[in-house]
Ligand binder design. Structure first.
Ligand code: HEM
Length: 333
């Protein structure tokens, strides 16, 4: 009887903990509390991010994309950080991914306080959260306890290009356990940062062989982008993903407002405002007040994709390399 009561109590407290947002699967908010002497791991990371953010407001765009590209390829295991000839960071898709130096500095700072305790995968999640908050977004709780992966291979990087359909995007997110709401909320990250002419040129001149620009793009925007991205250009110029230029580096709901007035830059961004399945979600986010909290929850969900915990993986010494293994040598007598 006591055993049954105990099991029920344990189950209830688990549900309660989950309900309060303190634990997520095998991750846990505050995992590092008390594990680093008197130091506050999350505060150490926040200070490093703040120093970067003060100098460069695009820090938030860098980290958001870094976390997305880490989590969607073999889970949130910091595999994108590993240096090497054919590692993920050297794949074509990851060419413009940046922010590695921020993670390196945060790692150096936590290693100084308590070596071998804090994973690079957790640093990515915490640093991204901090930058979102500094850029005007909500400060969501990040469950921690991830461990770092041992493998990184460029061939595993299968993140699609911006021409994919809404159906294909839904399938891509579903494959990682994320639903249509999570997907539309996460696309809100395109409220910061930039793309480049090469990703939108097809929409500006001869869309799908029609001889005309993409009709779903505002005509004045298309005209100004044609000037910015001429066929003869020798540089691949950046273009703000959020065309409300007063908030191009702010984590707010203006991305959704812009795509509703045909000012989405990437084809898939505009599609979200047009597709009958995603449009109602876009309308809600553009006109309501739910975006900050919804974005935070979706980031927590993305941050829990295929995480390594417990005895899986390792805690890297440097985020750029797996710890050296003691190689067993066989002695011939
Ligand atoms: C299938 C889904 C997605 C596609 C196809 C996509 C595509 C793209 C493309 C083409 C760029 C521009 C890259 C460049 O010009 O160098 C970009 C930038 C960006 N993406 Fe996405 N994206 C997707 C989902 C996401 C998600 C889920 C997040 C984060 C939660 C995200 C965050 C960002 C950010 C912040 C940037 C700007 C990066 C910078 O300024 O350095 N994206 N995305």
């Amino acid at each position: 009887m006591i055993k049954i009561l105990g099991a029920v109590a344990l189950g209830l407290s688990f549900i309660l903990l989950n309900f309060m947002g303190l634990s997520y699967g095998s991750l846990q908010v505050g995992f590092y509390k008390g594990k680093c002497g008197r130091s506050d791991v999350e505060a150490i990371i926040r200070r490093v991010v703040a120093a970067h953010f003060a100098k460069d407001r695009t820090t938030v765009a860098a980290l958001l994309r870094l976390q997305f590209h880490d989590c969607f390829v073999t889970g949130c295991d910091a595999s994108i950080l590993l240096d090497g000839l054919n590692t993920e960071k050297n794949s074509g898709t990851n060419q413009n991914v940046r922010g590695y130096n921020i993670i390196d500095q945060a790692k150096a700072a936590v290693e100084k306080a308590c070596p071998g305790i804090v994973s690079c995968a957790d640093i990515i999640a915490l640093a991204t959260r901090d930058s979102v908050n500094m850029a005007g977004g909500v400060r969501y709780n990040v469950p921690t306890g991830r461990r770092d992966g041992l493998i990184s291979n460029a061939d595993n990087v299968d993140i699609p290009g911006p021409q994919l359909s809404v159906s294909d995007a839904m399938a891509f997110f579903a494959q990682k356990g994320l639903n249509i709401f999570d997907m539309v909320h996460l696309f809100g990250a395109h409220t910061v940062g930039v793309t480049h002419c090469s990703f939108v040129q097809d929409r500006l001149f001869d869309f799908q062989g029609s001889g005309n620009p993409d009709p779903t793009m505002d005509r004045r925007l298309a005209a100004s982008l044609r000037k910015r991205c001429p066929f003869t250009a020798t540089v691949d110029s950046p273009i703000n993903l959020d065309q409300n230029l007063r908030s191009s580096n702010t984590v707010d709901n203006s991305f959704y407002k812009e795509i509703l007035i045909k000012r989405g830059i990437l084809q898939i961004d505009e599609e979200l405002a047009l597709d009958r399945r995603t449009r109602p979600i876009v309308l809600e986010l553009a006109n309501g007040t739910t975006f900050p909290a919804q974005f935070g929850s979706a980031m927590v969900k993305m941050g829990s994709i295929e995480v390594l915990t417990g005895r899986q993986g390792e805690i890297r010494k440097s985020c750029r390399a797996v710890n050296s293994r003691k190689v067993k040598t066989v002695h011939k007598h």
